[in-house]
Design a protein around this ligand. Structure first.
Ligand code: NAD
Ligand code: DAU
Length: 339
């Protein structure tokens, strides 16, 4: 297959490119990424000289650039997989503008290019957050749960989902929307819960737990997410939505406890801080459609995946130090100093 992967220098897009080229030796991939603070070419270092891979720096919301990129191809892409996004909820609360531009307008720009040039499939990589928040005893999100986003981030992703599905209905463009739960694994930028806590603990700093720490997320290893996307690309039904989840609900406080124990630190490393505004209480994915239609289930056990992730950050201190120097310090102070 010839695949355009956007957001390829980020956490999930980067893991996807590496995973895909390793497991599908006949593929070629064009990676498109704006290289924002979250994009890091080091994530793609092992494939930068691979003749099957081409990297293009650019913005998915730049219609001229996207048009030129599609024009330059000998034949149409077999798949366009849109991972590119502003992905951090806290940043969207601080500065929603860029979320709308990248997540909504960017997806629209790619869809327009696919409308003009064609593509075998357009996969819009979305999130469980578009469904909003669950109470403790509510049933898990299914693909037909009402869309009810809470943050500018999730609202911008929900808009992109609707736009993508409208292109399927209106223009018969082959589109699939995937909605996944919280990912963890290697190369995740340390603004998100797990890598931020690992980084703090490696530096003997307390871990900031929002509110009471009772908020719950459904955790999936990034390899399982990538595997699910491959299966959806092969066998998924155009015009459909697929929920992907880890079947692993954990309270944030439990994650803190796991990491503190795993990293041999003391319980006093926990610090409760002011809550996130509009903080969704619980996410939980019903994955029965993926199970019954595509025979998929997550394979990585949380304890094993978390241990592997901690080891990855321990063994890649240079990567971590590089991404936490400079602008990250300002970000951390702004978000956490007086919290
Ligand atoms: P990330 O922030 O680690 O990476 C995003 C990448 O997109 C970066 O490389 C960045 O440079 C690039 N990018 C940002 N704006 C761009 C633009 N305008 N044009 C081109 N590239 C741009 O994000 P992630 O965690 O890897 O998430 C990838 C996708 O998966 C996102 O669409 C996100 O909404 C979705 N998702 C993430 C999770 C999760 O737990 N991280 C779960 C479900 C879905
Ligand atoms: O559910 C999928 C989503 O998961 C993705 O769409 C998003 O791109 C991704 O960022 C993630 O969103 P969350 O808001 O769930 O992830 P985050 O890691 O920011 O926070 C996870 C939980 O931990 C949440 O309840 C807030 C809490 N938290 C987070 C941080 C960064 C803390 O208690 N302290 C922190 O310092």
């Amino acid at each position: 297959m010839r695949i355009l992967v956007t957001g390829a220098a980020g956490f999930i897009g980067g893991n996807y490119v590496l995973f895909r080229l390793e497991n599908y030796p006949g593929d070629t991939i064009v990676s498109l990424d704006k290289l924002t603070y979250a994009g890091n070419l080091e994530n793609l270092a092992s494939v930068m000289d691979d003749p099957r891979h081409q990297f293009v720096k650019g913005d998915i919301a730049d219609s001229n650039l996207v048009e030129e990129l599609f024009d330059a191809q000998d034949k149409r892409f077999d798949a366009v997989i849109n991972f590119a996004a502003e992905s951090h909820v806290d940043r969207s609360i601080d500065n929603p503008d860029i979320f709308l531009k990248t997540n909504t307008f960017g997806a629209f720009t790619l869809l327009e290019a696919v409308r003009r040039h064609g593509a075998g499939m357009f996969i819009q990589v979305s999130t469980d957050e578009v469904y909003g928040s669950l109470g403790l005893d509510d049933p898990s999100f299914t693909e037909t749960t009402t869309i009810d986003p809470s943050s500018p981030y999730s609202a911008s992703k929900a808009s992109a989902d609707f736009m993508a599905l409208s292109y399927y209905r209106t223009y018969q463009i082959p589109v699939i929307v995937t909605r996944c739960s919280n990912n963890y694994g290697s190369y995740q930028f340390p603004e998100k819960l797990i890598p931020l806590f690992i980084n703090n603990l490696l530096n003997d700093k307390q871990v900031p737990i929002y509110g009471s720490g009772e908020n719950t997320r459904d955790w999936i290893h990034v390899r399982d997410h990538c595997g699910a996307i491959n299966l959806i690309l092969e066998k998924g039904k155009s015009g459909d939505v697929y929920n992907i989840g880890g079947q692993c609900e954990k309270k944030n406080i439990e994650i803190a406890d796991h990491l503190i124990e795993m990293m041999g630190k003391d319980k006093s490393m926990k610090k409760f801080v002011t809550d996130r505004p509009g903080h969704d209480f619980r996410y939980s994915m019903d994955i029965s459609k993926m199970e019954s239609e595509l025979g998929w289930r997550p394979a990585v056990k949380f304890e094993d995946g978390l241990k592997e992730t901690v080891d990855w950050y321990k063994n890649n201190r240079a990567w971590l130090e590089k991404v936490t120097s400079g602008a990250y310090r300002g970000y951390y102070d702004k978000m956490y100093k007086n919290r």
